[in-house]
Ligand binder design. Structure first.
Ligand code: GAR
Length: 210
């Protein structure tokens, strides 16, 4: 089966959704390793509980981003992945790293891209009073949170929503759409073609499917 390496920094609830999909034969491949830049990330425990190789690579031990990303590439290459999945990996990646995995690295972001790139997306959406918010799965390119979007899920923003309630709603949708997008990729249906993503050979609209 196709091989997946997942990069995390924290709780790993999206990792868990991917593990659950794998356990129900719905992932289309196998998570062969989970790598975290944070030693006490709970996601590492989730990996171990699922008998997946859990690797800690603390960024503090490297002089600069390039040195870190070089070490990260080494760890990843040991596992010969077909796909790299960023699941709450809270580090900016170097150009070299992104280029190496261009077209075979996905990220999930907690907003309806192109809205709210970067951090603090739920608070920004609330402050703007938007009626719809959500999450996006996209291919990773050099420009932060700007690669071609594959799939989005929309949540309605209620009048009494708070950052926490909104975050919870969005998370639930993330857990639905990420395993679907990963499966599409591993089945060879989803491809990166520079400006856009294609699904079964057809270019997706600029901000993916909803
Ligand atoms: C998710 O909400 C994901 O969209 C976000 O981090 C969270 C990780 O949660 N990613 C980013 O903000 C990337 N810039 P998890 O560790 O429970 O999967």
């Amino acid at each position: 089966p196709p091989r997946v390496v997942v990069l995390i920094s924290g709780n790993g609830s999206n990792l868990q959704a991917l593990i659950d999909a794998q356990e129900h034969d719905r992932l289309g491949g196998e998570i062969v390793a989970v790598v975290s830049n944070v030693a006490d990330a709970y996601g590492l425990q989730r990996a171990r509980d699922a008998n997946i190789d859990a690797v800690v690579l603390p960024h503090g031990e490297y002089d600069n981003r390039d040195a870190y990303d070089g070490a990260l590439i080494k760890v990843i290459e040991r596992h010969e992945p077909d796909l790299i999945v960023l699941a709450g990996f809270m580090r900016i990646l170097s150009q070299r790293f992104v280029q190496r995995y261009l077209g075979r690295m996905l990220n999930i972001h907690p907003s309806l891209l192109p809205a709210y790139q970067g951090l603090g997306t739920h608070a920004l959406a609330l402050a703007d009073g938007v009626s719809e918010h959500g999450c996006s799965v996209h291919f990773v390119t050099e420009e932060l949170d700007s690669g071609p979007v594959v799939l989005q899920a929309v949540v309605k923003v209620a009048e009494d929503d708070t950052v926490d309630s909104l975050k919870e709603k969005v998370h639930a949708r993330e857990h639905l759409i990420y395993p679907i997008a990963v499966r599409w990729f591993l089945e060879g249906r989803l491809q990166f073609s520079g400006d856009s993503a294609t699904m079964d050979g057809v270019a997706l609209p600029p901000y993916g499917m909803r």
